[in-house]
Design a binder for this molecule. Sequence first.
Ligand SMILES: NC(=O)c1ccc[n+]([C@@H]2O[C@H](COP(=O)([O-])OP(=O)(O)OC[C@H]3O[C@@H](n4cnc5c(N)ncnc54)[C@H](OP(=O)(O)O)[C@@H]3O)[C@@H](O)[C@H]2O)c1
Length: 274
Amino acid sequence: MQQQPIIGFIGAGNMAGAIIDGMLASGYPADRIWVCDRNAPKRDAFAAKGLQATDDNNALIETCEAVVLAVKPQVLKQVLEPLRDAFQASKPLVVSVAASVTAEAIDRWLGGGFAVIRTMPNTPSLVMTGATGLFANDAVDASEREAVEAIFSAIGVAVWVEDEEALHSVTATSGSAPAYFFRFMEAMQKAAEEAGLDAATAQQLIVQTAMGAARMVEQTGETPAQLRQKVCSPKGTTEQAIFSFERDNIDDVVARAMQACMDRSRVLSKELAG
Ligand SMILES: NC(=O)c1ccc[n+]([C@@H]2O[C@H](COP(=O)([O-])OP(=O)(O)OC[C@H]3O[C@@H](n4cnc5c(N)ncnc54)[C@H](OP(=O)(O)O)[C@@H]3O)[C@@H](O)[C@H]2O)c1
């Protein structure tokens, strides 16, 4: 595959938009990106950025060396099956962002024989700080891996897993995880307001602190445990908060939530593979 393949997106919604914005920001030529969506306003918005926008999936598949599947998982099978002949005729690299749909199911719906890369991005991709897990089936070659990794690296970090089962763990660790942090922030917001801060002040402090803590882990090279110990002076205030978390078994609370997420991911994968 060339360094910059012609790449097409079936479904031009939120996730396709985030990926495309990242591609454009990293210098990917707009005229080598196609989108197909059934909504004219979405097509027009992408056409205004210099992309090729169409309502004809067959034309997109015929032209593109890589096709990104970016429709909702529940409709993916019904979108793909009528396109089977077009896919078989040109055999593009298939890249899926659809949560929980296995590479095997996608390949089967398309009639078999495809190089498929399955990805698990997360919502911070929308603000260019995504975390994406990638899995390639055996038909994918090294240059295809490289090209797709470059695309997802443009909207954050991209990591490969060699066993598709590990995408369930990625789902629990990053795919669904923004919501865990949002939930923690909600709880802090509530407690801060109950302690007398106004809502805007509380939110400003919480958001800045969340970003600061993440950046410290990223930039100092120290582990979260080391950084936590550094701010916990003996008999100080922070230590008391951490003791309270430990009494409430925070490790168990988080582990159970992540297990519930993985369990649901496995059930959905089975349901969607039909
Ligand atoms: N959003 C996220 O943060 C996120 C995170 C991880 C993974 N994902 C995955 O990304 C995928 C897309 O999610 P999204 O949030 O971007 O969805 P979305 O905003 O609903 O975008 C999907 C788009 O595809 C269009 N579409 C449906 N059928 C079509 C067809 N046959 N041909 C062309 N276009 C068609 C939809 O039109 P209608 O609206 O008219 O149906 C919609 O505009 C999902 O599979 C999801 O699992 C999303």
